[in-house]
Design a protein around this ligand. Structure first.
Ligand code: CA2
Length: 150
């Protein structure tokens, strides 16, 4: 069966490429999704790509991923720094989880230095721009393939 990876995005990332290009670059979220679709084809995995400004919606997608996906790439955006609920949801998911941040959160304000999601993430990518999503997807796919041989 083809493996499926959920790529989940938190609040305000719908504005990617439309505001603050000096921090987040000029690629839109639709560009990121298109790049991930091309890469997924090369890697032989399916992806489901979502963005929401609502915490409960992201939690519901993580619950859905428990049934439908084998891996998760997540940029929780500001919920990274606040959401025990998203951490709790991710703790119920059994496959690889990679946390992605477009900007280098460690070079920014102190409140961005702590991540609840990192307590569950198997890997964290920050400061690589939108390319971070492809690095995250490659990492999840590699871990799923390695797991197949176990
Ligand atoms: O660097 C990242 O990817 C972040 O997850 C982005 C979040 C921020 O709260 C995190 O600390 C780091 C903010 C997402 C806002 O996205 C925008 C994109 C374009 C224009 C305005 C906001």
């Amino acid at each position: 069966m083809t493996k499926c990876v959920y790529i989940l995005n938190g609040p305000n990332l719908n504005l990617l490429g439309k505001r603050q290009p000096e921090i987040y670059g000029s690629e839109t979220l639709a560009d990121v999704e298109a790049d991930c679709q091309v890469l997924a084809g090369e890697l032989g995995v399916d992806i489901v790509f979502h963005q929401s400004n609502a915490e409960h919606q992201i939690i519901d997608w993580i619950h859905e991923a428990r049934e439908k996906a084998q891996g998760i790439v997540i940029n929780p955006a500001a919920f990274t720094h606040t959401s025990v609920a998203i951490l709790d949801a991710l703790n119920t998911f059994e496959g690889p989880v990679i946390e992605v941040h477009i900007s280098n959160v460690h070079k920014r304000e102190a409140f961005r230095h702590h991540s609840y999601v990192s307590l569950r993430a198997d890997g964290v990518i920050a400061g690589c721009g939108p390319l971070g999503y492809q690095l995250g997807l490659r990492t999840v796919a590699a871990r799923l393939i390695a797991g197949d041989g176990e």
